[in-house]
Design a protein around this ligand. Structure first.
Ligand code: B12
Ligand code: SF4
Length: 539
């Protein structure tokens, strides 16, 4: 029987010392560990309100046979430090890492004290097999599919790719072990009830794995597969959460809650059949839906939809293989808002082909969106209802398994993966982004790789910040009360727009003097035009 401590560091301790979310890897893994004879304990920065140094100290208090760490890319330096401390304190311990950081297995194994990286998407099945190997004195690692480890001569060895669960097997998966985290789940429920600044007091929910689409900037461990529960099983889980913890709302982190119209109608039918009353934020793609469907969804609890807006430029949408058309996007967005459903969304800047022209198109689109949002806000205000329609933005953060990460390696933009990972790990990037209660500034500020046509990542970032402030400044004049009520805030936003434009000019000049140029690669889609052809004819 192996003795494991599972350490979660993906979600940091909340600055307000409260628990708000559950890192899903943990309850999913715990559910399977419970079926084994191995003993285990879980320690997590967010769930147990521990700073990273506190977590390290607690983890080292007692000698364990196995230390399992769950980590994302920007946790690389933490993993390195934690593994070094574990090795120094308990030299015999086996150190295993899983989570999306495993996309950089070679860098992790070559530059840290980690012994084994779990590279398969379903660590809940890999970890028990690894613990069995530990029981046998680490015999049989080569038979565990979906791992990398250091061989006796220090070389990185990879086992066979792990087969993913079948759709049928996924239907049979039990709920994540929510009850193991009962105390935290109840605390989240109590904390959510204090949020009177949000239209839905939403528990972050995840029931699905993977995504079938192929956006080039997006990396996750399932490749292009998707595993999702049938609606009756989905409702079993959600209604269990409602009953046990008293949640009234959910924020679905499932990458595409409905895949098509029929799927949405089936959801509504089940919602009615089960007598559900909860409200939910749903992530959707801008490829289907009309006003009638959104009204129906709203009547069935879907009060906010979260769209991957990404860009206002069709060229960029094509380049990122988003599979959406600007005309359709505009129609669906308008009909969503007409149906009184609120919209959240995100823009991503800096993918190959991004330049001033494409960002100007995105700015125009944002301003169009702002006009519609202003109209919806007025309608809500007249009815005394809270409205939070809006959008956020990020700059491309290269992430393993994504097509662009691979391209960056192939084109020599990333030559040292460990150094790249380290560049994401600054404490500054872990702070909440301005105006956000959930998003950290990582994907706005971190990284040093430029894949846009701007002369550098700094030039791109300054131009993006100018654009975002400029749109926000103009948007305030769409609603009289907004700029009149807050003239100083409005002026400050205008000033920030000017400041970042100035900074952009300054960076562009110094880049030009230093001979720095943007990234103008081949467009790698089959039959695609070169970028030169694009910019000459796309006026
Ligand atoms: C939900 C989600 C969020 C939610 C989390 C909400 C919550 N926890 O309640 C929110 C919105 C808060 C969020 C925020 C961010 N996210 Co996010 N998020 C996701 C998402 C959609 C799902 C993550 C998840 O829970 N997956 C399900 C679990 C079960 O999978 P898993 O974590 O991979 O764990 C499995 C295996 O990896 C393995 N495993 C995991 N740990 C361990 C440990 C051991 C020992 C072993 C053996 C195995 C193992 O087994 C697990 C079970 O199968 C992913 C995309 C995706 N589809 O995966 C992005 C993703 C993880 N997020 C990402 C990013 C960039 C962010 C942000 C930085 C965005 C921002 N600008 O703020 C922040 C970071 C927040 C933070 N941690 O500080 C990136 C990470 C990129 C990277 N390379 O690290 C992803 C991959 C999205 C993407 N494609 O770009 N996110
Ligand atoms: S961005 Fe969304 S739709 Fe595109 S691949 Fe990622 S999860 Fe899927």
């Amino acid at each position: 029987m192996a003795d494991l401590i599972l350490l979660g560091i993906t979600e940091p301790k909340s600055p307000d010392d409260k628990v708000w979310k559950i890192p899903y890897a943990l309850p999913i893994i715990v559910r399977q560990l419970q079926k084994t004879s191995h003993s285990f304990e879980v320690l997590d920065t967010h769930l147990h309100k521990l700073s990273f140094p506190e977590l390290m100290a607690r983890a080292l208090e007692k000698k364990r046979q196995v230390y399992g760490i769950s980590a994302w890319s920007h946790n690389y330096l933490q993993v390195k430090e934690l593994a070094a401390r574990i090795r120094a304190a308990h030299p015999e311990a086996v150190i295993i890492v899983g989570g999306i950081l495993s996309g950089n297995d070679e860098a992790v194994l070559k530059t840290t004290e980690v012994d084994i990286v779990s590279t398969g998407a379903e660590g809940e099945h890999i970890l028990p097999e690894l613990l069995d190997c530990v029981d046998r004195g680490l015999q049989g690692l080569e038979g565990v599919d979906g791992i990398s480890y250091r061989g006796p001569d220090g070389a990185v060895l990879r086992t066979k790719k792990r087969r993913l669960m079948s759709r049928e097997d996924f239907q049979k998966q039990e709920f994540p072990a929510y009850e193991y985290f009962d105390e935290q789940m109840h605390e989240i429920a109590a904390n959510l009830k204090t949020r009177h600044d949000v239209p839905i007091q939403a528990f972050p929910l995840l029931t699905m794995r993977g995504c079938p689409f192929r956006c080039t900037f997006c990396g996750h461990m399932y490749g292009h597969r998707i595993l999702r529960k049938n609606w009756d099983l989905f409702f079993d889980e959600v209604l269990f959460l409602v009953e046990r913890y008293g949640y009234t709302g959910f924020f679905s982190n499932d990458t595409n809650m409905f895949l098509n119209e029929k799927d949405a109608h089936d959801y509504c039918a089940e919602y009615t059949r089960r007598g559900a009353t909860f409200h939910i934020v749903a992530e959707l793609r801008l490829t289907f839906g009309d006003e009638a469907l959104f009204r129906k969804l709203s009547d069935h609890g879907v009060k906010i939809v979260n769209y991957g807006l990404e860009s206002g430029s069709q060229d960029i949408l094509n380049r990122m293989q988003k599979g959406t058309e600007m005309d359709t996007c505009r129609r669906i967005i308008k009909e969503t808002l007409d149906a009184d459903v609120m919209i959240h969304g995100n823009f991503i800047f800096g993918i190959p082909g991004e330049n001033k022209r494409t960002i100007t198109q995105t700015r125009d689109f944002m301003f169009w969106l702002e006009r519609l949002y202003a109209g919806q806000r007025r309608r809500y205000k007249a009815q005394g209802r809270m409205n939070t329609s809006g959008y956020g933005w990020t700059v491309l953060l290269l992430s393993p398994t994504s097509a662009l990460y691979r391209e960056a390696l192939e084109e020599g933009l990333i030559t040292d993966e460990a150094a790249y990972l380290a560049s994401l790990c600054d404490d500054r990037f872990m702070q909440l982004a301005k105006g956000s209660t959930f998003k950290i500034s990582l994907a706005q500020e971190a990284g040093n790789i430029n894949m846009s046509e701007f002369s550098s990542r700094t030039a791109l970032a300054n131009y993006v910040k100018f654009s975002m402030h400029w749109v926000a400044f103009l948007a305030r004049f769409l609603e009289t009360g907004r700029w009149l009520g807050q003239p100083l805030a409005t002026l400050k936003i205008g000033w920030l727009a000017l400041k970042h434009y100035g900074l952009y000019l300054q960076t562009a000049l110094s880049d030009a003097l230093a001979g720095r140029k943007g990234y103008v690669p081949r467009d790698k889609r089959p039959g695609a035009k070169t970028l030169k052809e694009f910019s000459c004819c796309a006026k």
